[in-house]
Write a protein that binds this ligand. Structure first.
Ligand code: AMP
Ligand code: GLY
Length: 419
């Protein structure tokens, strides 16, 4: 059983299916595209009771909880209480993503490099602090906010407006009642997903997300408009430094707090002039990072996941290909604000195994758009430039009305490689 219904879950399901012992996969709720690879059951990913009831009824052998909200809500705790083995952290460890105040305080306590910060639960105090804070500054809602809870304020006024909208107008509800205001860092960003069973941490191949809606990183932030892997900024020496100063210290810190993390721990890193620093932790696979990372995984995903559950990761091989991957997201024009839905999607059958469907539904047997990010197309090749070209080749073969995509996925990484 895979809980979730986006492109990330589609990538996880396609990989799990490669294991011959996997006879049936249920996706809760899945989506119209996932329906080609799994049995979709219309139980929302946040309906913990519904998920547990279904899992018990169907005698589920193994569960993967992919999105942040069910993890933070305790889906793994509830499933394990019924004897169902799971991949994913318990709620007391998922808090590493669920509360920015928790994760910042954890990093401070254990000396893990991150941006300097202050915490506020009172609007007047936050506004007073902003009178003299260094600008630009970064305002973060404490809780989950659909990936929109971070505002980079380029001016003092923008910072004031951000605090007022989060704490005064409560645009993120309870998530914004407490804020982190932090130092603005600069440098290339790297996403590193890792497998950890609480004892061993195995970083997956690194990747680079493209969060802004427009070419050349312009416009609003999105869930992610495309990814490439590996990330050229993540050199061997950076990787070594990250392992010593960030990855192992984080696993140890969570153990010391009595919050052992088991599952996929995602490190959002910035490679600053003073070395790599943590921008954010996620308690789950990234989306669309997963759509480039898992296609490069050569080992069997289910075996690795079960090794995490059984705390046997150190005895398990986790191998990645030395090739390159690029995923281009096709979205509904207007995303991340307003867009229309219901347009028929055409994906030629011969490329469907390279397409990860996100915002789509089945209507009278036809796949139609049903969300902002509609799908991602991933190609693998021997070089980054070939992978980019090939994934745009896939995009050209896919069509739906009002389709929008960025034209420069991987361009920044190509420039880095030339250096
Ligand atoms: P998040 O939602 O935490 O992934 O943050 C969204 C984006 O905001 C990150 O990918 C970074 O590009 C940017 N960001 C977050 N924190 C900082 C920071 N302290 N300095 C500069 N940029 C940041
Ligand atoms: N692509 C960023 C995330 O999954 O949070």
């Amino acid at each position: 059983m895979v809980v979730g219904g986006g492109g990330r879950e589609h990538a996880i399901i396609k990989k799990l299916k490669m294991n011959k012992d996997v006879t049936e996969i249920f996706a809760l709720p899945g989506n119209g595209g996932i329906a080609s690879d799994a049995t979709c059951v219309s139980i929302p990913a946040t309906d913990i009771n519904g998920i547990v009831e279904f899992a018990v009824k169907e005698n589920i052998d193994y569960a993967v909880v992919a999105p942040d909200d069910p993890l933070v809500l305790g889906a793994v705790d509830a499933l394990e209480a019924k004897g169902i083995p799971c991949f994913g952290p318990k709620a007391n460890a998922a808090i590493i993503e669920g509360s920015k105040v928790f994760s910042k305080n954890l990093m401070k306590k254990y000396g893990i490099p991150t941006a300097e910060y202050e915490v506020f639960d009172n609007m007047d105090a936050a506004l007073k602090y902003l009178e003299t804070a260094p600008i630009p500054t970064v305002i973060k809602a404490d809780g989950l906010a659909l990936g929109k809870g971070v505002i980079i304020a380029q001016t003092r006024q923008e910072a004031v407006d951000a605090v007022k909208s989060m704490m005064g107008d409560k645009i993120f509800g309870k998530s914004g009642e407490t804020l982190v205001i932090e130092e603005f860092l600069t440098g290339p960003e790297v996403s590193v997903l890792s497998f950890t069973d609480g004892k061993t941490v195995v970083p997956m191949i690194s990747s680079m997300d493209h969060k802004r809606i427009g070419d050349n990183d312009t416009g609003l932030n999105t869930g992610g408009m495309g990814t490439i892997a590996p990330n050229p900024y993540y050199t061997d020496s950076v990787a070594k430094e990250c392992m010593e100063t960030i990855f192992l210290p984080t696993i140890n810190a969570m153990n010391a707090e009595g919050r052992t993390f088991k599952g996929c721990l995602y490190f959002g890193l910035m490679i600053t002039e003073k070395g790599p620093k943590v921008i954010e932790y996620n308690c789950r696979f990234g989306d669309p990072e997963t759509q480039v990372v898992l296609p490069l995984l050569e080992s069997d995903l289910l075996t690795v996941m079960q090794a995490v559950t059984n705390e046997k990761l150190s005895e398990t091989e986790v191998n990645f290909s030395d090739k390159y991957a690029c995923c281009v997201i096709m979205a509904s024009n207007g995303y991340p604000t307003k867009y229309e839905k219901g347009f028929e999607i055409n994906i030629p059958a011969e490329i469907s195994d390279k397409v990860y469907v996100a915002g789509a539904a089945l209507k009278e047997g036809k796949l139609v758009t049903n969300g902002g990010r509609v799908l991602g197309a991933t190609e693998i090749a021997d070089s980054l430039s070939e992978a980019i070209k090939a994934s745009y080749g896939l995009v050209e073969k896919i069509s739906f009305d009002n389709a929008y995509y960025r034209h420069d996925i991987g361009a920044k990484a190509m420039k880095a490689e030339v250096k």
